[in-house]
Design a protein around this ligand. Structure first.
Ligand SMILES: Cc1ncc(COP(=O)(O)O)c(C=O)c1O
Length: 395
């Protein structure tokens, strides 16, 4: 039989494994703990000799179903759902490193990830070795930062907030040559647009808060990879540090993700239209959107992504003052951080999501002080264009 298409897996995938009733929608298992039939049954589940759940920090049927769905969509063997995207990233970085180690990462990252690496891991004796955007494109530059204390390679693509596109297959080749895992944050693309594991990455992380949930109402994260690696992360981190996802959130993620393909298609098509319009606007200096032929990562994005995504950033003439005037004059687009929601969201990275970078660090990573980031929602694209047009006129 022909394998099921990704659209079908998004809706049906993993559900059949969890048929406990005739409900169309799987139930929420809102329970902290689980009954054992008798003492021997409890001991057998605890030892792993029998299958079953013991305690929701360690495992829960609803969370398990969401994990299975995400493993399927990313093409991995197993997944771990976490309370947030940051919990997912920390749950990969902490068990794989110890004092004296280093990690090699692109420098353009979500501000929280940058801070985790640059401040918190550093405080624990793990040094981040950051590559500037231009160096991320050269295999030799990436390899030159690796030494015997390197434990993992890390990247975001497209990167938050500049929309830099990195070559996953090239980084994976470097990682493999050194026997290291490559970790890719796939939040901006979602599994609908990009499959890092198929391109050679070893671990995918997500802020599921964004496109996976899709409705701006829950926080969560996911890690996907081999069964061996997920087992290692569970044993050395998750079970004891306790970053577990709530069953209620897992249920909402299962509900939200069903429309991923439809939402992503709309986000991408609207973003393309809006990016082209902004690019031609006399008050806009520069548009960062991989779908535009002038974007430095356009050809690579066309190769490694299905479409170009719903995220973009742009620089208004007049720098920061111009950008602020636009943000303050929008009526439909909402001034808020986060992304991947049904509503179009706009924000200012230098003072908001990327305030964890110093001005010098932002300059080195191409995050202009006046850059504004737009997460294109699923509204009518012409309505968003009209809103931007009015705000640009007022700027
Ligand atoms: C690319 C990326 N990764 C990770 C995170 C962190 O995720 P969360 O906010 O769910 O902890 C974010 C948050 O904005 C993000 O944009």
């Amino acid at each position: 039989m022909k394998p099921l298409a990704k659209e079908t897996l998004i809706v049906h995938g993993a559900h059949a494994d969890h048929v406990t009733s005739l409900d169309l929608v799987p139930p929420i298992h809102m329970t902290a703990t689980y009954r054992f039939n008798d003492a021997d049954h409890g001991a057998a589940i605890f030892s792993g000799a029998a299958e079953g759940f013991v305690y929701t920090r360690i495992g829960n049927p609803t969370v398990d179903l969401f994990q299975k769905k995400m493993a399927l969509l990313e093409g991995g063997e197993d997944a771990i759902a976490t309370a947030s995207g940051m919990a997912a990233i920390a749950s990969v970085a902490l068990p794989l490193t110890q004092p004296g180690d280093n990690i090699v990462s692109c420098a353009t990252l979500y501000g929280g990830t940058y801070s985790l690496f640059n401040h918190h891991l550093r405080r624990m004796g793990v040094a981040p070795r950051f590559l500037r955007p231009a160096d991320c494109r050269a295999e030799a530059q990436v390899a030159s930062l690796i030494d015997s204390n390197t434990r993992l390679l890390y990247m975001e693509t497209p990167a938050n907030p500049t929309l830099d596109v990195l070559d996953i297959a090239m980084w994976a080749q470097v990682a493999k040559a050194h026997g290291l895992p490559l970790v890719v944050d796939n939040t901006f693309a979602s599994p609908w647009l990009q499959s890092p594991l198929a391109l050679g990455a070893d671990i995918v992380v997500h802020s599921a808060t964004k496109y996976i949930g899709g409705h701006g109402d829950i926080i969560g994260g996911v890690i996907v990879g081999t069964a061996e690696m997920m087992g290692r992360i569970r044993e050395h981190h998750s079970h004891h540090f306790g970053p577990a996802m709530s069953p209620f959130n897992a249920w909402l993620f299962l509900r939200g993700v069903k429309t991923l393909a439809l939402r992503m298609e709309r986000h991408c098509d609207s973003a393309m239209k809006i990016a082209r319009w902004l690019d031609a606007h006399p008050k806009v200096d520069r548009v960062h959107y991989p779908g535009l032929p002038g974007h430095p990562g356009h050809a690579l994005a066309a190769r490694q992504m299905k479409k170009f995504g719903g995220m973009m950033a742009f620089e208004v003439k007049g720098g920061l003052a111009g950008g602020k005037a636009v943000m303050n004059n929008l009526r439909l687009c909402i001034l808020a951080v986060s992304l991947g929601d049904c509503e179009t969201l706009i924000q200012h990275p230098a003072s908001m999501t990327h305030a964890t970078y110093t001005p010098q660090e932002r300059a080195a990573t191409g995050i202009a002080e006046g850059l504004v980031r737009l997460s294109v929602g699923i509204e009518d694209a012409d309505d968003i264009i009209a809103d931007l047009d009015a705000a640009l006129a007022a700027a």
